[in-house]
Design a protein around this ligand. Structure first.
Ligand SMILES: [Fe+2]
Length: 457
């Protein structure tokens, strides 16, 4: 059986990285672990790839060697396309250049160079990737060959090339979806959600194949260098963006840690609320950009606690009305702390309004129903569920079943029923890991009816 996703992974880990162009994690660690259907599928793809390569006619070995080397050089430098955990290599531009210069058989042979990729891949995944690329190159080559008008290299090649590029991407996507369906069915939905970004990048990069082919006719061996130099610069620029994103993430993590240092009983709370919010967002089919924003919002939803006295946050027992009023200021303080960070954008509404209630009894503004931003309605559900199912200074954690019952009880009054149902569906699908109990501060903890995150009794 395929291994289930890591329950503790933030968000859904679909793939570790994408080799060219649309490969997703195949999770084929060793063949023996695969279901029999997946083994047959992988073996069938490999046999098909071998057959098309065996049937390839004579090729220009000089051009083949140049393109195969180009493929491997590009494959060593996969580029991020703004999709987490996903990278796309430009190496398939070499395959598409082979479609023009060598035909279907030659394109399959160049694509099969993926077998020698410098990327650290398990052998079965390496074999499957090479085979499926070979099949993609062959299919794209057939289309190009069938549509290519008689004559030399001119504008008449653009439409046939566009068709072959489209076929390459579609066949690639179909083969990857197939293997995911057999090994990790839950990952298919995640793949489809991010497929728009990936397809746009792949289709864009793919045109470099035609450029390489055209330049080859004019300047021969220097063509790859001429075409790929600016491409490598673009890849470098994208890597800088990815690094900047990582730095932003590290900064947000520091803020979360600062909050949790003030209140050890909420350790890991921000991360779990973030994960729960992402589960809801994915269930609702929010775009990748909005899902990323809700992840940030979940992480930072209680950042305003930095402005609340540590003594009060760590107090055992029920806060006085005055103290509770001070705690209730934390959504506004959160906005003051992170409100100037541009990239948080829609997340800010989630941070500021995560304690609003559907019936208008929440804070800070007492918004009602749809007046409450969607992000805040999402975070409210994840926040409360984690608060119920984790231990606080004055009470032990309740069970997941009790947390579900509480969400259902307050659905429609405190929580948006759409968000509650989405969370419960995601919970059934992906499960929930409760945090371990921290030691209670005293042998006889003072009982208290509620924390600021708890729903009304
Ligand atoms: Fe809060």
């Amino acid at each position: 059986m395929a291994e289930p996703p890591e329950p503790d992974a933030p968000g859904v880990t679909l793939w570790a990285w994408l080799p060219p162009p649309l490969t997703a994690p195949v999770y084929l660690r060793i063949m023996a672990k695969l279901p029999i259907e997946a083994r047959i599928y992988v073996a069938g793809t490999v046999v098909l790839a071998c057959a098309v390569i065996a049937a390839a006619g004579p090729v220009d070995w000089g051009v083949y060697t140049m393109l195969a080397l180009l493929f491997l050089v590009c494959d060593a430098m996969p580029a991020r396309l703004g999709v987490d955990r996903a990278k796309v290599s430009m190496s398939y531009a070499a395959t598409l250049a082979a479609v023009v210069l060598l035909g279907p058989g030659g394109a399959a042979m160049v694509a099969a160079s993926a077998l020698l990729t410098p990327q650290p891949l398990p052998p079965v995944k390496r074999l499957f990737n090479a085979a499926q690329f070979a099949v993609c190159g062959w299919a794209a080559g057939l289309v190009f060959q069938g549509l290519r008008p008689a004559g030399g290299l001119d504008a008449g090649l653009i439409a046939p090339f566009a068709a072959s590029l489209g076929v390459f991407v579609v066949v690639n996507l179909a083969l990857i979806t197939g293997v995911l369906l057999l090994t990790e069915p839950s990952a298919v939905r995640d793949l489809l959600r991010e497929i728009g970004t990936l397809c746009a990048g792949c289709l864009g990069f793919g045109w470099f194949g035609l450029l390489i082919a055209a330049a080859w006719y004019v300047i021969g061996l220097a063509a790859p260098v001429l075409v790929l130099l600016p491409l490598f610069v673009a890849t470098w620029a994208m890597a800088q963006v990815a690094e900047q994103k990582a730095a932003q993430e590290a900064t947000l993590n520091v803020l979360c840690q600062a909050v949790e240092t003030k209140d050890p009983y909420t350790r890991g709370h921000s991360e779990r609320v973030s994960r729960g919010s992402v589960m809801i967002a994915e269930e609702l089919g929010l775009s990748p950009a909005r899902t990323e924003a809700i992840r940030f919002a979940g992480m930072l939803h209680d950042v305003g606690k930095l402005g609340v006295s540590t003594k009060l946050l760590q107090k055992d027992g029920r806060p006085t009305d005055r103290e509770f009023a001070e705690i209730q200021l934390h959504p506004m303080r959160g906005l003051e702390i992170v409100g100037h960070i541009d990239f948080l954008d829609e997340a800010l509404g989630g941070i500021m309004h995560h304690h609003e209630k559907l019936d208008g009894q929440g804070y800070p503004l007492g918004l009602v129903g749809a007046e409450i931003p969607e992000f805040a309605r999402i975070i409210g559900v994840a926040d409360t569920f984690d608060a119920i199912t984790s231990t606080r200074s004055y009470r032990r954690a309740r069970t997941i079943e009790e947390g579900i019952a509480e969400l259902r009880r307050c659905s429609g009054t405190e929580f948006d029923p759409v968000m509650v149902e989405a969370f419960l569906r995601a919970l059934t699908l992906k499960g929930w890991t409760q945090p371990p109990d921290p030691p209670l501060p005293s042998p006889t903890p003072i009982p208290s009816p509620r924390d600021h995150d708890d729903p009304d009794p």
